[in-house]
Design a protein around this ligand. Structure first.
Ligand SMILES: Nc1ncnc2c1ncn2[C@@H]1O[C@H](COP(=O)(O)OP(=O)(O)OP(=O)(O)O)[C@@H](O)[C@H]1O
Length: 333
């Protein structure tokens, strides 16, 4: 398990989110989707950590559970030393000003009946109720300018903005309470490719100016290559690898990461890999395989991989893998 340090902003320890599956029969035992199944990691102040993995690997559920928007089933989430899993719902609502979320779809995440000024100012009226109306308006204007939207547009409604502008507004809203941590869930995937780079640049600019700390959930590894300081790789609710960005690209330690990278188009040398084709389908998250959950699709699996779920082990400073094979495994050729 990666060590937890006093220096980290967020420490996640053995987090599980098991979601009940709607049963068709009253007599069948209740079944659970193991959307997150024992995740442990830390995030340092000022870093952008990307969370990657195929669809259904549990990224969104993990991101939401950090803010308790989806309640964890067990485990710990410590934020600046406070164990969020022990807070009452009221305490958690108040604590949320420190942690905000930016959602994938800027078309549905902004209330169409509110002006942009109201949307950005709403968290201020909840969490900073002491502000005068004038101070709130000034703060909204400042936030809009910071994300590249003219403050004169505060009176407009979301429908008069493009997707990229709406995502800027969503980011301004998230920043309004001066959070220490933002979970951005696929913030660029609903946008045109031409606009995606602008939002990435905005995030990088905000990171510089505000020392923003972010969990950037994405299945777009190209975006990740531009933005992330570190990368966490998830598969079927488990963390397969945690690596500093350079090691993620140049020396991945887990065969699943190698397969994700191999699936990328090859026009850029950074993305050039020998082909590793994964076998079979992603197994069910209701009854995942015993031992290593990736073993049924892993090109280098052996019988001992079925014995026990591998713990994360360190293969280089800050570089962790949940694979029992030595890092020198050969997937090439
Ligand atoms: N509210 C829910 N009720 C039941 N199952 C759910 C719920 N939300 C997610 N799941 C299941 O949990 C698992 C993880 O889903 P999640 O959306 O977290 O994955 P993801 O990696 O974010 O996928 P994507 O990239 O497609 O958004 C999936 O098997 C999904 O079907």
């Amino acid at each position: 398990m990666p060590p937890f340090s006093g220096a980290s902003l967020l420490d996640v320890e053995d987090l599980r989110v098991h979601l009940p599956l709607r049963s068709r029969s009253l007599f069948r035992p209740k079944q659970f989707i193991k959307a997150v199944d024992g995740a442990s990691f830390s995030i340092l102040p000022g870093e952008i950590v990307a969370l990657v993995g195929e669809s259904g690997s549990g990224k969104t559920t993990l991101g939401r559970s950090l803010l308790r928007l989806t309640p964890p089933s067990s485990g710990r989430v410590r934020f600046k030393g406070v164990d969020l899993t022990t807070l009452t719902p009221k305490e958690m609502r108040s604590f949320r000003r420190h942690m905000q979320m930016v959602f994938q779809d800027p078309y549905s995440s902004l209330n169409p009946r509110m002006t942009v000024g109201e949307i950005v100012g709403e968290p201020l009226s909840i969490h900073h109720a002491h502000l005068t109306a004038r101070a709130r308006l000034e703060r909204v204007a400042e936030l809009l300018s910071r994300v590249g939207i003219s403050p004169t547009h505060a009176v407009r409604y979301p429908h008069s903005f493009s997707g990229g502008q709406r995502q800027r507004i969503a980011i301004a809203r998230a920043l309004s309470t001066e959070p220490d941590f933002i979970v951005a869930d696929e913030p660029i995937s609903a946008l045109d490719v031409s606009v995606q780079a602008q939002i990435i640049n905005l995030i990088l600019e905000l990171k510089d100016k505000l020392s923003l700390t972010m969990l950037f959930i994405s299945h777009d590894l190209r975006a990740v290559s531009h933005i992330a300081d570190r990368v966490i790789v998830m598969y079927l609710g488990r963390i397969m690898e945690i690596a500093p960005s350079a090691m993620f690209w140049d020396g991945p330690a887990h065969p699943y990461t190698e397969a994700l990278l191999a699936a990328l188009p090859v026009e850029h040398p950074k993305f050039r890999r020998n082909r590793v084709v994964l076998k079979g389908e992603v197994p069910s998250a209701v009854s995942p395989p015993s031992g290593c959950v990736f073993r049924t699709r892993c090109p280098i699996a052996s019988p001992e991989c079925a014995a026990a779920s591998p713990a994360l082990r360190q293969v280089a400073p800050g570089h962790w893998t949940a694979c029992i094979k030595q890092k020198s495994f050969d997937l090439k050729g």
